[in-house]
Ligand binder design. Structure first.
Ligand SMILES: [Zn+2]
Length: 431
């Protein structure tokens, strides 16, 4: 495919008007301001369009789309214990298949091609990924409250089977990682054994960390240190690590994080505001040179997977916190949602609109009044755009969504199945 005479967000996150972008197979094969000599097949005209790298969601629980709107206005612990966990206990394959596809459809619709997903029922997610054409780093989240060893846990056996069965499937679109749900939901023994397993198998790790003040105080009481120091003690900071939330970081944590081998903090501003968990200290992380990417978290605490909301809030919240309106530039906010998210997944050939990179692209309709006047498109991208402006999503060179239509998903069927599964579980809970 060839995008012709179009405005693009280039690899330096600058707007380049009148550009040409050619895609061959799964790769961006041409970027330039002159028409390429080569024939790239179908031509897409660039009038009223802006072509950008696609988005990467660095922290999600895709299947939780089924729990959207279920349990509102509650504290994190009440919400989990009284609503989410009992609902999840009633899950069946029909429900998790529907939740997975619903979440992927929504992500694709907003230009998100890949998600760092931590959950259970991972086979449902993997099947939905293969069918939908999207990517994800999938992990089976592990919790443990008993004296068992890691290898004795059924959840670990599922996690281990995921690595064997699905690593690299779908031409590398599916990547398997390990995950401990969080320090406060796991024993030290299992966490220590998981760090060893992850290192032995050369995997990446994804964990919730320092999401609430209560969690940090609890960790100090249990282990005599902050959650970050506890991760350091168990060897996690030597792994490629994705740390979700990172809100209640303390002074000594920053030095540990700065020295970590390969770390990304996935900040989830909408979810954190909704659950009143707090605000991630981005200005400090930025000063320390620690990579930040953006996550939606699950749709039960967001309540959508429109990562454009996170992009805007990421920029706004930290201006407010620091009192510095110049703190986060539009480029930094967009980088967090694109290249930083790709790097957090170890996808070094993704997240930039550049020759030789994977053709993960999104196309925005810029004909709406919110894009006028065309004074500063990079600023419009962060402060004026919304997910609804996305009119095409391309993953590895394949169009997955175009002008309201999904190419691989029967959206009406998916919605009907999700509605039915949700009602079925509600009926069981009410009995
Ligand atoms: Zn989460």
């Amino acid at each position: 495919m060839l995008f012709q005479d179009i405005s693009i967000v280039d690899e330096e996150l600058r707007i380049v008007p009148h550009a040409y972008v050619g895609v061959r197979g799964a790769t961006i094969a041409y970027v330039g301001t002159e028409a390429p000599r080569e024939d790239f097949g179908t031509v897409y005209a660039g009038k009223d369009r802006l072509l950008c790298p696609a988005l990467y969601n660095a922290h999600g629980h895709t299947i939780m789309s089924l729990l959207r709107g279920y349990g509102e206005n509650m504290s994190l612990s009440d919400w989990l214990n009284r609503k989410i966990f009992p609902f999840e206990d009633r899950f069946n394959t029909a429900a998790t298949d529907a939740g997975a596809m619903l979440g992927l459809a929504e992500s694709i619709r907003y230009g998100v091609v890949s998600t760092s997903d931590m959950y259970f029922w991972c086979d449902s997610l993997v099947e939905a990924l293969l069918q939908s054409g999207a990517k994800a780093n999938v992990s089976r989240s592990i919790s443990c409250f008993t004296e068992q060893h890691l290898r004795e846990l059924r959840s670990f056996q599922e996690a281990d089977a995921l690595v064997r069965d699905w690593q690299g499937k779908g031409d590398g679109r599916i990547r398997i990682e390990t995950s401990i749900h969080a320090e406060y939901t796991c024993t030290e023994r299992v966490m220590a054994e998981m760090a060893e397993y992850t290192a032995e198998h050369g995997l990446r790790h994804h964990i919730h960390c320092a999401e609430t003040r209560e969690e940090v105080e609890g960790c100090k009481a249990r282990h005599g240190c902050t959650p970050v120091a506890f991760l350091k003690r168990l060897g996690y900071l030597e792994l490629p690590l994705l740390l979700a939330h990172g809100i209640w970081l303390e002074e000594e944590d920053f030095a540990l994080l700065r020295e970590a081998a390969e770390l990304t903090v996935a900040t989830c501003p909408v979810s954190n505001l909704k659950l009143a968990s707090g605000v991630c200290p981005i200005s400090r992380l930025k000063a320390e040179g620690i990579r930040c990417a953006l996550g939606t978290d699950g749709a039960a605490s967001n309540n959508n997977l429109d990562l454009w909301e996170e992009i805007k809030l990421f920029a706004l919240l930290h201006k407010e916190r620091s009192g510095d309106p110049a703190l986060i530039t539009p480029q930094e906010a967009f980088y967090a949602a694109t290249r930083a998210g790709a790097l957090a997944q170890g996808r070094t050939d993704c997240g930039l609109l550049k020759e030789g990179m994977r053709a993960d692209l999104l196309l925005l309709d810029t004909s709406g009044p919110q894009w006028c006047p065309a004074s500063d498109l990079m600023s419009h991208l962060v402060y004026a755009a919304s997910g609804s402006d996305v009119v095409m999503t391309v993953c590895d060179g394949e169009i997955l969504y175009k002008e309201g239509e999904f190419t691989r998903i029967d959206i009406e069927r998916v919605k009907a199945e999700a509605e039915k599964a949700y009602r079925g579980i509600l009926r069981e809970l009410e009995q």
